[in-house]
Write a new protein. Structure first.
Length: 619
């Protein structure tokens, strides 16, 4: 039994939840107004038999005792594990506590540095930085809210401060605040003469810093001195996985179901100062997959408000292609409805076209009404993609036109609304300067070429070296083999052992996983590029579970390894979805009082679940 299972076995979810929410008996279950959103009619149900909870209202989510504590206390899994372990009287392993303690110390060092930088901003040395903020229209409230500061133009200012209050230098170095020369062993402040932007994680802890240069170095100055620098990668900071302002924006993004993405620190600060609290920054020129995954966990509507110049447009296209996985939907690895148009939870992605020469910061400060109009009325993705992608090719030639159609038309075909399909097809024809009939006449040949490209790419992907002989083969039925493993353990084992299966999870929701440990591993797996990165992201408790999933005995089978793996995954997904829907159905039925007719809304939900359950039946 794992420590997670031990804790779950010792605790009753009704007891835990009732410590935060006033529950009332409802049939076999308990109900209450949802603690995660405002409502008049109780839609929050706790099922003591399944030890689960779910909101049937606006949240439309649920889980077990771990996920409840994570959401209610706004903490990540390791902290929820600690809270519930203490309540259950379970002692966590020394290694797990040691790692958490180490990360806490690094966060503490960063917070001490942030406070010191704030003090320097208000000192005489920080006058130039403070004047810069005033010129940019940043008020005192935002300076405090985002903990803005100043790093003095000294080699040892922060170093001496941290040393003076007893912070071991090794922690300052590991936090990226102090640089150590490997050859000489000398150390000095990493940030000097810069406006400091503390970068917070989702819980509001300072995980790193960004620093903006305040004075231009002389042309003949030696060395490289970029305008912006960031903390290098540390155990608690990875620029690729961080969104600036997420700690202050996450609630607004969730409540509005809309996230607005900009590029810079000042863009975020200006937006929040003017009341647009659902704005975050990518801290770079293009969003990464990790950052996109974080956004998708909060909302389904997104607006990209990036710089309108050529570099900004190319960055937007790179982001759409590599992270949002929109462009290139015709490639084999993404051919199974992997565009935003066909995701299980429809993702609406819009592009706000900012005026030439205006970044979000300037536009918000000088014309907030225009900013609001551009972001609320931002045209849909296809209206941006058609001219943007067409500009990449020579549309004056037949070959160029065909290349544009190959890139764009699969996205148009994936659009759910037939009227939108017709409009986008006409827009594409107009952009290429051809008639609608000519475009449609050329589609079969174009799409056949695209299909051949899909097969070539997938064959190349399937030919990659495998991990080991014991992990390369898999039975066709995930439910008939390894019966001692749960369905979801088996599914995660598939994903960990066969990375190419990542592309076949469009219709899978983490809610189908009943174990919080499995949910957390799955969530981290979605954010990480490979197994090595995943191992680094997990604490000892989850790492041990992940290693058991990797090492699970997967029975050999005949036939194509990749095809059998896909079939096994398909059966797992269908089975887990069916189990999830059946549990939801039973939970709702248990709340019905036989003496009175059920509310119309409840009846509609049960009917919808019945339809979903029938759709999962094996035919």
């Amino acid at each position: 039994m794992t420590v997670v299972d031990d804790i779950r076995a010792r605790l009753d979810i009704v007891d835990v939840v009732s410590g935060y929410v006033a529950l009332q008996k409802a049939g076999r279950n308990f109900k209450a107004p949802c603690p995660f959103h405002a409502e008049n009619t109780p839609s929050f149900i706790v099922d003591p038999n399944r030890q689960s909870w779910r909101c049937y209202g606006a949240c439309a989510t649920g889980g077990d005792v771990f996920s409840f504590v994570m959401r209610h206390q706004n903490v990540e899994f390791p902290e929820a594990l600690r809270i519930l372990a203490q309540r259950a009287g379970v002692e966590l392993s020394p290694n797990s506590k040691q790692e958490n303690d180490h990360r806490s110390k690094l966060h503490r060092v960063n917070q001490l540095a942030a406070t010191w930088y704030q003090e320097q901003l208000r000192a005489p040395e920080g006058a130039a930085a403070m004047e810069y903020l005033k010129r940019r229209g940043v008020n005192a409230q935002m300076i405090d809210a985002f903990q803005l500061g100043y790093s003095p133009n000294r080699w040892d200012g922060l170093k001496n401060y941290l040393n003076g209050i007893g912070v071991p230098e090794q922690f300052a170095v590991e936090s990226g605040l102090i640089y150590r020369n490997d050859e000489s062993g000398r150390t000095w402040d990493f940030f000097r003469d810069r406006l400091m932007f503390p970068i917070h994680d989702r819980q509001g802890k300072v995980s790193g810093f960004g620093g903006r240069q305040l004075s231009e170095p002389p042309p003949d100055a030696p060395g490289y001195n970029p305008k912006y620098i960031n903390t290098s990668s540390t155990p608690i900071f990875d620029k690729r996985s961080t969104l600036y302002g997420i700690h202050r924006a996450k609630d607004a993004i969730r409540e509005s179901n809309t996230g607005i993405v900009v590029e810079g620190y000042m863009d975020v600060i200006a937006a929040h100062q003017h009341g647009y609290h659902n704005v975050v920054a990518s801290m770079g020129t293009a969003l990464t997959e990790n950052q996109v995954a974080q956004l998708k966990s909060l909302a389904t509507n997104f607006v990209l408000a990036l710089d309108p110049d050529n570099a900004g447009q190319e960055a937007t296209l790179r982001s759409l292609e590599s992270s949002w996985q929109v462009i290139g939907v015709q490639s084999a690895s993404r051919s199974r409805s992997h565009s935003v148009m066909q995701q299980r939870e429809a993702i609406t992605l819009s592009i706000a076209a900012l005026p030439e020469g205006k970044d979000p910061d300037e536009l918000i400060r000088h014309n907030p009404a225009e900013w609001e109009r551009l972001t609320t009325e931002a045209p849909p993705l296809m209206s941006y993609l058609i001219p943007a992608i067409a500009a990449r090719f020579d549309t004056g030639t037949g070959q160029g036109k065909s290349q544009v159609v190959e890139a764009i038309y699969p996205l148009i075909a994936a659009t759910q609304n037939p009227f939108d399909q017709q409009r986008y097809t006409q827009d594409l024809a107009d952009t290429l300067g051809i008639t609608l009939d000519a475009l449609k006449a050329g589609l079969p040949r174009t799409m056949q070429a695209s299909a051949r490209q899909q097969r070539r790419q997938y064959d190349a992907q399937s030919a990659q070296p495998a991990r080991s002989s014991s992990q390369q083969q898999i039975t066709a039925s995930a439910l008939d083999s390894n019966r001692e493993n749960t369905r979801e353990d088996y599914m995660l084992g598939l994903l960990l052992n066969f990375p190419q299966l990542r592309e076949y999870l469009d219709e899978f929701s983490s809610e189908y996983l009943s174990s919080s440990a499995n949910r957390e591993i799955f969530a981290q797996w979605q954010l990480c590029a490979d197994i090595t990165e995943l191992q680094d992201a997990l604490d000892d408790t989850l790492l041990a579970h992940m290693q058991s999933l990797l090492a699970a005995d997967i029975a050999p089978t005949d036939g194509s390894r990749s095809e059998r793996a896909r079939e096994a995954l398909r059966q797992c997904l269908r089975s887990l979805k069916r189990r999830h829907l059946l549990e939801l159905q039973q939970t709702l039925l248990a709340t019905i009082d036989n003496a009175t007719p059920p509310p119309r809304e409840l009846t509609a939900q049960i009917t919808s679940l019945n339809e979903g359950i029938r759709a999962t039946e094996i035919r």
